[in-house]
Design a protein around this ligand. Sequence first.
Ligand code: ZN
Length: 337
Amino acid sequence: MRAADLLQPRPEGLYCPPGDFFVDPVRPVGRALVTHAHSDHATAGHGAVLATRETLDIMAIRMGDGFAGTTQAVAYGEGVAIGGVSVGFHPAGHVLGSAQIAVEREGFRIVAAGDYKRAADPTCARFEPVRGDVFITEATFGLPVFRHPDPLDEVRKLLHSLAQFPERTHLVGVYALGKAQRLIALLRAAGHGGPIFLHGALRRLCDYYASRGAALGELPDATLARGRARDFAGQIVLGPPSAFTGPWVRRFAEPLIGFASGWMQVRARARQRGVELPLVISDHCDWTELTATIDELDPGEVWVTHGREEALVRWCSLAGRPARPLHLVGYEDEAED
Ligand SMILES: [Zn+2]
């Protein structure tokens, strides 16, 4: 069996001819297998969607119940047969419900990792190494310069600032799916037991995470109608990045702007966004994790989907590993990290 007979890049996404399905298609198709619910991987309008229960729930929360013709939930480790192809979903450690998708036929296995990280994250199941003949990896932070610091040290910076500037409202930008809940869990792990206020756009997914067992603590609404701007002095208020470009932030007392993203290790990006307190917290692998994962899995071949494909492909080549970039379009490296 040739790898390209099992999965091949098409404009819509990775396509499996014998199973007649796509993995993370970026436009509507008949049957889609979805790794996770970030908007560049999970789109509306497919005839049928196979994904984890959590991914399906989050897609419904974000896009409405009618986001697909039919849906089927698959548990981690459960095998599903589709047209002579065996399909398995395995934890990717990226966000709640995120999965790597293993596609197997006649003993030949391709593992599409989707977005993934190796660092511990109490809000989702930890990445599970799955060996295969081909490993398909992302390369969002696929340059040697990218090294993520310890996320607990990053939230300690926020708590230190809070202690240092008790008159200022600490407003932190976080993406709604994954980053918001992980930052909250990290703050709890660092000993911050008080309320963490939420912009309305973060409410539903935080509530959903809590309903699935994430211990997020007290998360009141950051509504000024119920209090005065001064009430938020010395408090942490989380909001989606989109809210930071509008008038929302100016309603708070002496706002101090933070942003939690892997991209905050690029100083120019922090400056562009007017971020005073950059927190380098990523739900993707850094260079060390990407290369260590490839070494650990030791696949026969590596395919690189999106991000900095060329550098990782070159690293593989220098290490004697066959590798190629897939040049898939539609996956954004800054979409929701
Ligand atoms: Zn993602």
